[in-house]
Design a protein around this ligand. Structure first.
Ligand code: AGP
Length: 622
């Protein structure tokens, strides 16, 4: 997803903008640009395709671009190719906009989001004398603001509000106006944006890591709000143009948490942070041997009233839902279905009125998950969000929110947030089971002990990483890898396969083990790697026999099981063991070797582990 930054204050803006953009690189991008204002000229715009260092080199890391007010952007192409012409910032004049240099326009801006009615807006603007130099919806958006600014002659906030009424789509938009030196104007709908302030300076960014080095005092701007930013101040306005007071929030993250701490990649650092992420998440919900969900407003009465749960999420968060489906039905005896958010939002929802819609999202900004949440709320369902980013849109719009405490997750491929989400779901499941009288007090205490033992067991799974690194090197040139399992093991296979795909670019599929013989086994040939997840004692023999069917057709078998299931070794070529744990929660251990396998395979292939091609950390487009 695109990243936007802004700064106005007494310091040189360009180095601060470049630093902020470097903290947003994890969001995924293919070009970058900044506009810095120096005195009365509107701004000097510099753009570059490729990595941020290409832009930094063009302006001598900012030294060649004087001025103390500016905006910046990393672009993840949606409308238009990743070219310099299409890179942001964009301008309101009819200049080419492609080259760097002084801007002969009244408005310059950057944007993260997608404008859905951009064609009708382009026609309207063309009829009013505007010309377009790029293929982007952003250029249209900025020219629309300019159009209202010139037509009504009231000012930036009025022009922005008129734009917001006219536009359909999503935007985090930052603008500078020639007539307002030293000021930045911004507006938001659905795309993430935060505003930071400090003594004599103000900042704007898509996400916390970009401004954490400069301030912890931030405002979360709401949808359809606009803001006037000047050194040390931020003034918010509603769609009527009336000023509104917004609460200032203290960010508690530490800046180091958003750095690599000596690890080669963020991903391997975050894999190693999993024991802490799980421990902190559990400890935020378990106090003195009792689960306490009152912070989320989840009372036992509410948990008793629920007649079904619909888990809605995307990607790895959906995989957490798939694990939860099995354990919630088994322990709490609540009907549960995990659905892809991008499917849920278009279905005819024939759900019991007392269904709880549970949205899982690390970023809290995923467009499909946010849309699904809104559909559920429109239809009157109770909603609960499990989110890692405090103050994110999904967290603020759900009826109830349970925060995971994984800290900032920078690598595009999620690991610690996934594990923290699993922990949160375990806690919710055990409390629901107790509230609904499905488990005894003794069993409740037993499950809590099992949960409290998970962080140390996860740490122990990390001790096997050298064997996994050796195995990853052996299979770094594989063409197809299958992950198979039954029940929770199938749900873990889904996540193991996605980790492999998204960072090593090797084609992989997760399959319910019993399904292989219904067609897919035709793909198995000499040397195909089949990884069986075998932690569920009463199911593993059946999966082992499915693996034998693959071996009979040439497959190389890796078994992933817990200590004690030593018979697995006799049936597979390579075995990974994880510590024993309750079968409901052992998925948190089994996933770690699969995360490491994907990571080391990507490293062996010399790929960009933290920023895999085509991917973004938070998919804020549909
Ligand atoms: C997981 O490694 C991917 N980065 C992706 O599938 C991710 O889980 C998905 O986009 C959902 O993101 P969210 O948790 O922020 O909503």
């Amino acid at each position: 997803m695109c990243g936007i930054v802004g700064y106005t204050g007494t310091e040189a803006a360009a180095p601060i903008l470049l630093d902020g953009l470097s903290k947003l690189e994890y969001r995924g991008y293919d070009s970058a640009g900044i506009a810095v204002r120096n005195g009365t000229a509107l701004a000097e715009v510099v753009k570059a395709t490729g990595k941020l260092r290409n832009l930094a080199e063009k302006i001598d890391n900012g030294a060649a671009l004087p001025g103390s007010c500016g905006i910046g952007h990393t672009r993840w192409a949606t409308h238009g190719e990743p070219t310099k012409i299409n890179a942001h910032p964009h301008v309101s004049g009819n200049a080419t906009g492609s080259a760097s240099g002084p801007v002969e326009s009244d408005v310059v801006g950057v944007h993260n989001g997608i404008i859905e009615n951009y064609e009708e807006l382009r026609d309207k603007l063309t009829r009013n004398g505007y010309r377009f130099y790029s293929d982007t919806d952003t250029e249209i958006l900025i020219k629309l603001v300019d159009y209202y600014y010139k037509k009504y002659k009231i000012g930036p906030i009025d022009a922005i509000n008129r734009m917001m009424v006219r536009v359909r789509g999503s935007y985090a938009l930052a603008l500078m106006f020639r007539d307002y030196p030293g000021e930045i104007y911004a507006a938001r709908k659905d795309s993430p944006m935060i505003i930071g302030v400090s003594e004599g300076a103000a900042y704007l960014a898509s996400d916390v890591p970009a401004l954490l080095k400069y301030t912890r005092q931030v405002y979360y701007i709401d949808n359809h709000q606009s803001v006037r930013i000047l050194p040390g101040e931020a003034h918010f306005f509603d769609l009527n143009g009336d000023e509104v007071d917004m609460p200032l929030t203290e960010i508690t993250w530490n800046a180091e948490a958003a750095e690599k701490d000596g690890f080669e990649h963020f991903m391997i650092k975050e894999i190693h942070e999993q024991p802490k992420a799980v421990r902190d998440t559990l400890n935020s919900m378990i106090k003195e041997g009792q689960i306490d969900l009152s912070g989320a407003g989840l009372t036992d009465e509410m948990l008793q009233k629920i007649r079904a749960i619909r888990i809605v999420a995307c990607g790895s968060a959906w995989h957490v839902g798939m694990v939860s489906q099995y354990i919630m039905e088994d322990l709490a005896e609540i009907p549960v279905r995990a659905e892809l958010a991008s499917e849920f939002r278009y279905r005819k929802l024939l759900m019991d009125p007392d269904t709880l819609v549970l949205v899982i999202s690390q970023s809290g900004e995923t467009a499909d998950s946010l849309a699904a949440l809104r559909v559920a709320k429109e239809k009157g369902y109770a909603t609960l969000a499990i989110v890692n980013v405090v103050g994110s849109t999904i967290a603020r719009e759900a009826d109830h929110v349970l925060y995971t405490v994984a800290g900032p997750e920078i690598a595009v491929a999620t690991t610690k947030a996934y594990s923290a989400q699993l922990a949160a779901m375990y806690v919710l499941t055990v409390q629901a089971a107790k509230a609904r009288g499905r488990i005894s007090e003794e069993a409740y205490r037993g499950y809590l002990e099992e949960l409290q033992a998970l962080p140390e067991k996860i740490a122990r799974t990390l001790e096997d990483k050298e064997r996994i690194q050796w195995f990853a090197a052996k299979y770094a040139n594989a063409h197809d890898i299958f992950f198979i399992g039954r029940g929770v093991d199938y749900a873990i296979s889904l996540e193991g396969s996605l980790k492999m795909k998204e960072i090593s670019y090797i084609h992989s599929e997760a399959y319910a083990a019993g399904e292989m013989k219904h067609g897919t086994i035709s793909l198995v040939e000499d040397g195909t790697l089949v990884i069986g997840v075998l932690t569920q004692k009463e199911l593993l023999e059946k999966t082992v026999s499915n693996m034998a069917e693959c071996k009979a057709r040439g497959a190389y078998l890796m078994g992933l099981t817990s200590y004690g299931n030593y018979s697995v070794e006799d049936s597979v070529n390579f075995t990974i063991y994880v510590p024993k744990a309750d079968p409901h929660f052992i998925g948190s251990l089994a996933i770690v070797p699969l995360q490491l396998l994907g990571y080391y395979t990507s490293v062996a292939r010399g790929l960009d582990v933290d920023q895999p091609r085509n991917l973004a950390k938070s998919v804020t487009v549909e």
